[in-house]
Design a protein around this ligand. Structure first.
Ligand code: SF4
Length: 364
């Protein structure tokens, strides 16, 4: 739990943990439900008017209703809004709010930086700084829900900074908090966890009894190509990842989605398409083919290359969709989230300048 001056971050606590905290303050059990509900609506202690004043004063002495401070909010022409939130230790956390016609999605970060260094990922270029707490993950959704009001957040995707399955316990706790009926109450089927392909984590998630959607960043259909793009493939080759995906689909009854960023001439050849169809045969799945976003030294893929590759897969019977990641204009799209040093020191709203030298790159 990250909290300033030893004050507990109450957004980090499950209802039963909150009840234990309040019990130590001689409060009745029903107060936990009231407090949990207020916290997940982003209320300050002052706002919690159905709690006794004396309790609100005590809470303010001992705890915090979240720890993140808004630093930046920027909306792209396509309507995706990138938020930068500052943690008490000065680290910056990026999240994206995406409004669709029939759903509103929040893309959350699970770590500051990432240890996996995928080739086209800005977050990976940072290296891992630290894991986020469950409270910091939940607070991203709480803050973005406040910003989206009166529109209600309907979906959450763990596709921001970091590898969610490398911060497994905090991510799972956040899922349970976000899923709770007294809080934000997003159904597990509307929560997606994206991974670069960690078989142990995938199998562990499969055994949780949750209906969370699983998205695997595949990006290649052979180990020689995937080794170049997703370095963890050298440790966990495609055969292991696909086997774990099969377990996930079988245990949860859900289709697995594979993310496939098209890099022309490298992973979009007819041979890669043929191998991808063979690799996924018999697995309940679909493939999201994604044009590459802007990235240092890499020309963004035009939609035609992605459509062509998707067409080959479709012709071979693989369920496929072409998806353009939203938010690219504010570096909030897939592959672009990275709270870099210029953003860290600059005042809120300075990002237009920072954007010029920002080096995007994460592709999930
Ligand atoms: S794509 Fe995901 S796993 Fe790979 S470096 Fe980026 S954040 Fe980490």
């Amino acid at each position: 739990m990250i909290a300033t001056a030893s004050k507990a971050d109450l957004l980090d606590l499950l209802p039963e943990e909150l009840a234990g905290f309040l019990r130590r303050l001689d409060q009745p059990a029903y107060r936990a439900r009231q407090l949990f509900s207020w916290l997940h609506r982003g209320a300050s202690f002052e706002d919690m008017t159905d709690l006794p004043k004396s309790l609100r004063v005590r809470l303010a002495e001992l705890a915090q209703p979240g720890t993140l401070e808004p630093r930046l909010q920027e909306t792209a022409p396509d309507g995706a809004t990138r938020f930068v939130l500052r943690a008490p230790d000065g680290e910056l956390i990026e999240s994206v709010l995406i409004l669709h016609a029939r759903r509103t999605t929040v893309c959350v970060s699970s770590q500051i930086g990432c240890a996996f260094r995928c080739r086209f990922c800005a977050t990976g270029q940072q290296g891992l700084v630290r894991d986020l707490t469950a409270g910091e993950i939940v607070e991203q959704v709480v803050r973005l829900q406040q910003a989206a009001h009166p529109t209600r957040v309907t979906n959450i995707v763990f596709m921001g900074m970091g590898e969610p399955l490398a911060n497994y316990d905090a991510v799972l706790k956040a899922v349970r908090l976000l899923n709770h009926p007294d809080g934000i109450n997003i159904g597990a089927r509307h929560i997606a966890i994206s991974t670069c392909g960690l078989p142990k984590g995938i199998r562990r998630l499969a055994a949780e009894g949750l209906q969370v959607a699983l998205a695997i960043s595949l990006h290649a259909a052979t180990d020689d190509v995937r080794d170049q793009l997703v370095p963890v493939n050298r440790k966990h080759p495609l055969s292991e990842v696909i086997a774990a995906a099969g377990v996930y689909a079988q245990r949860t009854g859900r289709k697995v989605s594979f993310q496939y960023v098209v890099l022309p001439g490298l992973n979009d050849t007819p041979e890669q398409a043929r191998r991808l169809v063979t690799l996924t045969r018999g697995l309940p799945c679909m493939v999201n083919v994604i044009p590459q976003n802007m990235l240092d030294g890499v020309t963004p893929t035009d939609d035609r290359a992605a459509r062509n590759f998707a067409g080959i897969l479709r012709a071979r019977g693989l369920p496929v969709a072409v998806r353009r990641s939203r938010g690219a204009e504010v570096l909030g799209a897939c592959g672009q989230l990275r709270a870099d040093a210029s953003r860290r020191t600059g005042p809120p709203g300075h990002d237009k300048a920072g954007r010029a030298d920002a080096r995007p790159a994460k592709a999930r």
